[in-house]
Design a protein around this ligand. Structure first.
Ligand code: ATP
Length: 761
């Protein structure tokens, strides 16, 4: 026995707590009409999670709560909650997932229509209850809870509903649940796949964009690297070039600079000479004056010479005159002279003793003697000689004087001439010096121009190289900004690479410069900024895309697995269903022929043709999400195309030609449905079966057969029978009487068979 007790509190007419203990295989519940018997059957449905309040004869959950009654103590106040608690004996682990010997399931509904489900006192979800019950072949679908007037529900149901009921009864519900769950999962998986695909589609253009960006960034980086390497060689080369050129130019310019300075000095000197020569005009005047002096001297000499000639002529004339006279006088040579005159001459000569010069003395003596002689000559003739002699002396003196003068003049001329010559020579010399100085000045100026030109061009080169140096420094700074400090660390190239190409063609460097400029422009065009962010974003996006791709693959795999599982479940359900139908049919026809004393009944699998179909998936979804109501109203699922398989009931009564359910009487219909219900229960016995006045339509003979069948059924399932039927009551091990007082509240009491018969009436 699986069912232990049902405890009701505030549920419908059970205002007060009432407990039904099911310690017999068959429990009978009896009582007058309207006393609350069916409420107990409904309490089962309720606690097992029934969602259709309508099927519990209410409109809202609130209708399940004791709503107060008429007179009496309990009627005064209504309850705030209705609860039903079912206790199972789990010692045989009918609930395999719960490791307790007793399992209680309680449902509480509040006035606000909210529900609570408790499993062994712990609050759980409805879904948990449903799943738990499914594992134990207990459910709210009602194949084991046959409400009042619902006995032939299985006959009146659509083929599809019927199939559902049979599946449920056959315990295929658990597979259905699994299938539904798998479908739901598959749906979610497909939905997720769609989302993932859409996410990937969303990402794709951005990813493509980022990829392009990244390519750009990489290209820019490549260019940056290239720029750095060109920069390094360029800088090393440029530094070397500037240093070498500077050194060369400074050394080259030193010599011409020095020369220029020397030239300046020489020029000044030469200029000084020229300036000095201007003051030397005095020398020329001096020369002229000397020339004049010389000319004067020569004129004077000429005069003296002419005078000398004249004097010499006169001397010669006088000499000839004297000689003529003297010839005449030679006759007078023996003339006597007076002593006195001789003494006089002696006297005169004696007076000459004061003359120191011998020559002079001689001359004077001669003169004195000659005078004596002359005076003693014939007076007239001698006078003439004397006069001539006198004249001659005078002339000789004059001649002597002139000759002296002439000698003097000659000396003078000689002196002046030498002076003149000296001066002239000096002037000539000076002239030469000036000419040289002038030449020198011209030469210096020409040379200066030459050297200045050289210095000028060297200076220009220096300026140029200094400009290059400044440009080089500026470029260093710029390179640091554009491509980072690395570009400015080119020492390696200074010591190695460049050395080999020190004397390379300058155009090489210019080419590098052009290359640098080109790379700079291209880098600038690319807008190198934000590279790291782009890379990061690309990496993240790519990772995200890869993640999504993996996710998609996982989902596809999961989807495939689910589809396979669903297919497997379908096969399993189908196989088990069909096997179950075969078994049921065997029992069904047995029960049927037992009831009708013959005949034949069977279920056959057919395909339903529907007018309109509700979306099956939606319906499944509703069930899984807990809205069991949808599952309970499957009759609405109509379609005009060929639907899923359903079940048809075929009967053929003994001794009657009528076939088909439509032709059956009410009683026959009740018997058929009972036969079918029992057959189903026989094939896969549920832990308990509740039959609410299923026997109502039976006559006495059939009641007996019904009683037998019940007894048979109670071997495999615990039975709770709500009945007015005496025969049925007689089969129950325990009987409960339900009564209702003036307060409208149901009361429960355990009674004996006799009482029961009375109570039932
Ligand atoms: P029958 O033998 O005629 O089938 P029954 O014994 O099965 O009758 P029920 O249908 O179980 O009787 O009981 C119905 C009774 O329960 C009615 O009298 C109804 O007023 C009462 N009832 C139903 N819901 C409530 C409620 N929420 N509060 C109070 N009483 C209620």
């Amino acid at each position: 026995m699986y069912l232990k007790s049902l405890e009701l509190s505030g549920f419908k007419s059970f205002a007060k707590k009432a407990t039904l203990n099911f310690n017999s295989a068959i429990t009978g519940i009896v009582g007058p009409n309207g006393s609350g018997k069916s409420n107990t059957a409904e309490a089962f449905r309720f606690v097992l999670g029934e969602q259709s309040i309508k099927s519990l004869r209410g409109k809202r959950g609130e209708d399940m709560i004791w709503n107060g009654g008429g007179d009496g103590p309990a009627g005064a106040s209504r309850s705030n909650r209705a609860s039903a608690k079912l206790t199972f004996d789990n010692s045989r682990r009918m609930f395999s997932t719960i490791d307790f010997d007793e399992v209680t399931i309680e449902r509480i509904v509040h006035r606000d229509n909210s529900n609570e489900y408790l499993l062994n006192g712990t609050q759980v979800r409805l879904k948990d209850i449903i799943e738990l019950l499914a594992t134990a072949h207990v459910g709210a679908t009602g194949h084991h809870i046959i409400s009042q007037g619902e006995a032939d529900r299985i006959l009146s149901a659509s083929i599809r509903e019927r199939r559902e009921m049979i599946e449920d009864a056959l315990g295929l519900k658990i597979y259905q649940w699994k299938k539904l769950e798998s479908i739901k999962k598959l749906e979610r998986t497909e939905e997720n796949m769609k989302q993932v695909e859409s996410l990937r589609r969303e990402i794709a253009p951005h990813l493509r964009f980022l990829k392009k960006q990244v390519e750009k960034v990489e290209k820019a980086e490549e260019m940056r690297r290239e720029l750095i390497s060109v920069y390094k060689i360029y800088f090393a080369q440029e530094e070397h070039f500037v240093a070498t050129e500077k050194a060369r130019l400074h050394s080259e310019i030193a010599e011409p600079r020095k020369e220029l300075s020397n030239l300046e000095h020489a020029l000044n000197k030469a200029k000084d000479i020229l300036t000095a020569s201007k003051s030397k005009d005095v020398t020329s005047d001096e020369l002229i004056s000397l020339e004049k002096k010389l000319a004067d001297t020569r004129i004077e000499t000429d005069t003296v010479v002419r005078e000398l000639g004249r004097i010499e002529g006169e001397i010669n004339a006088n000499k000839r005159a004297k000689e003529k006279e003297e010839g005449r006088m030679k006759q007078e040579e023996f003339k006597t002279v007076y002593l006195k005159d001789v003494e006089e001459v002696i006297q005169t000569i004696e007076n000459f003793h004061s003359i120191a010069d011998a020559k002079q003395l001689f001359k004077e003596v001669i003169q004195a003697l000659k005078g004596f002689v002359t005076r003693h000559r014939s007076s007239t003739d001698s006078q003439f000689i004397i006069d001539v002699e006198k004249e001659l002396v005078k002339l000789h003196e004059q001649k002597k004087e002139l000759e002296h003068k002439r000698a003097q003049l000659a000396d003078h001329e000689k002196k002046i001439t030498s002076e003149y010559n000296a001066l002239k020579q000096k002037i000539e010399q000076e002239k030469d010096t000036n000419r040289d100085a002038e030449k020198e000045v011209f030469r210096i100026i020409a040379r200066q121009n030459e050297v200045r030109h050289v210095v000028g061009s060297l200076n220009a080169e220096i300026v140029k190289i200094e400009h290059s140096e400044a440009e080089f420094k500026r470029e260093l700074g710029e390179a640091g900004i554009i491509v980072g400090r690395e570009a400015t660390q080119y020492e390696e190239f200074s010591s190695l690479n460049v050395k080999g190409s020190i004397n390379e063609n300058r155009t090489e460097q210019e080419n590098r410069k052009h290359q640098i400029e080109r790379l700079k422009i291209r880098l600038e065009d690319m807008g190198a900024g934000g590279g790291a962010e782009v890379m990061k974003e690309y990496k993240e996006t790519e990772e995200r895309d890869a993640f999504l791709a993996r996710e998609l693959a996982d989902l596809e795999k999961a989807g495939d697995e689910l589809r396979k599982l669903i297919a497997d479940l379908d096969v399993r359900i189908d196989v088990e269903f069909k096997q179950g139908i075969i078994k049921i049919n065997k029992e069904f026809t047995n029960y049927f022929s037992l009831m009708f004393g013959g005949g034949h009944a069977e279920l056959s699998v057919i395909r339903e043709v529907r007018r309109k179909k509700k979306n099956e998936e939606t319906e499944l979804g509703e069930i899984l999400s807990g809205d069991i109501d949808a599952n309970m109203q499957m009759g609405a699922n109509e379609a005009n195309e060929e639907g899923p398989e359903g079940l048809e009931v075929n009967v053929s009564l003994p001794r009657k030609k009528v076939k088909g359910l439509m032709m059956l009487s009410g009683g026959e219909r009740a018997l058929t449905s009972i036969a079918l219900l029992f057959a189903i229960s026989q094939v896969n016995p549920p832990p308990f079966i509740i039959l609410d006045e299923t026997d109502a339509a039976l006559d006495e003979a059939n009641s007996k057969k019904y009683g037998d069948m019940i007894e048979n059924l109670s071997k495999s399932s615990q039975l709770i029978l709500i009945t007015h039927n005496r025969e049925t009551m007689s089969r129950a091990g325990v009987l409960y009487g339900v009564t209702m007082g003036a307060d409208g509240a149901s009361k429960l009491l355990s009674i004996q068979f006799e009482e029961a018969v009375k109570v039932a009436k």
